[in-house]
Design a protein around this ligand. Structure first.
Ligand SMILES: [Zn+2]
Length: 343
């Protein structure tokens, strides 16, 4: 006869079996929870990538915790690794990493300063927690308070080159254009230790001046004009002297990826800013610098698009071709984008 297990031994085996059954059940529950969690995280990521959104860790976590099924993660500690992996994957930058799809970007730009009103512009920008771009004249920079220019930099505003003396670049030769831009940057270097990152030629003119593009290329500065549709033409009536008109014109005519031309030299423009910024915010606009605007739209606007829009002549006019920099065409709202060359 085979020896049968003794009573106590059998009881121990039974206990062990019961214990292992319990452990298996627990493991199964854990596996199901883990599976559910992975499915949930994947679903969230898929939804985000479907929206072509630029998910950050913060937004993913925020969305999870607001999700009722997120309770699962509170009980199970194991899947935290999965969360980390999933969010890391989701944060891989796509074409324009900083702004989720659908963000309405806009860049306010101020030409011809700095001047006695510039401090007030900075006050308003700071009050609203937004940035802008200042296309300044070298001769004004040279005579300005260093602290004013430093405040611009500290507020993360963009520094733009608007030539030394507001020279219309279509009326001068290449060497003169080059020198006008160089002298403006020299003045900026002397005050704040940095050159401009963007150029706007006075009156938007001289886009085919080889001196302008030689300078822009050598110094890696974007060339940009503005969008005529949203421009309140604050140098003349009815905008000049009428802050409310100025603000409303911009609010009513602004569009996504807009570049708005303003002048801090006009008091009424400066006084319009609080109303203008408030109205634009209410319409969902997010304020960026010109470079940020261009870099965010780089995948949308290309040389081929520009040619398709009838810009062949302008594209080919740039001797270094293809076009470097961006040109908002005054009166037509067409623009051309060229990637900034690597330094
Ligand atoms: Zn100007």
């Amino acid at each position: 006869m085979s020896s049968m297990p003794s009573g106590p031994k059998r009881s121990l085996n039974a206990q062990l079996r019961a214990l292992s059954n319990t452990a298996l059940s627990l493991l199964a529950v854990l596996m199901i929870l883990l599976l559910a969690f992975v499915v949930m995280v994947n679903a969230i990521n898929k939804r985000k990538s479907d929206k072509k959104s630029d998910t950050t860790t913060t937004t993913t976590i925020a969305e999870q915790s607001s999700d009722p099924s997120a309770d699962v993660s509170a009980d199970v500690t194991v899947p935290e690794d999965t969360t980390t992996e999933a969010t890391t994957e989701a944060t891989v930058p796509e074409a324009h990493a900083t702004y989720p799809a659908g963000t309405k970007l806009i860049a306010l730009t101020f030409d011809d300063g700095p001047c006695e009103n510039t401090q007030q512009v900075l006050d308003t920008l700071e009050k609203h927690g937004i940035v802008a771009t200042f296309f300044m004249l070298g001769q004004n920079v040279s005579g300005a308070d260093q602290a004013l220019l430093q405040r611009m930099v500290d507020l993360k505003c963009e520094i733009g080159n608007h030539t030394w003396s507001h020279t219309i670049l279509s009326k001068v030769d290449a060497d003169q254009a080059y020198e006008e831009l160089r002298k403006c940057d020299e003045a900026l270097m002397a005050k704040i230790g940095q050159k401009a990152t963007v150029i706007r030629p006075p009156q938007g003119a001289g886009l085919t001046n080889t001196g302008l593009f030689k300078y822009a290329l050598e110094n890696r500065e974007y060339v940009i004009n503005w969008n005529d549709a949203s421009c309140p033409a604050d140098w003349q009536k009815p905008a000049l002297g009428d802050a409310h008109y100025t603000a409303q014109h911009v609010i009513d005519n602004a569009s996504e990826y807009d570049c708005v031309l303003l002048h801090d030299s006009h008091k009424s423009t400066v006084e319009s800013l609080d109303e203008m910024i408030t109205g634009l915010k209410e319409k969902g606009y997010v304020f960026v610098t010109v470079s940020q605007l261009l870099e965010a739209t780089s995948d949308k606007i290309g040389i081929e698009d520009a040619k398709a829009q009838g810009w062949t002549e302008a594209v080919e006019a740039y001797p270094g071709g293809p076009v470097y920099g961006v040109r908002y065409e005054y009166s037509s709202n067409k623009y051309v984008f060229g990637k900034k060359p690597e330094s």
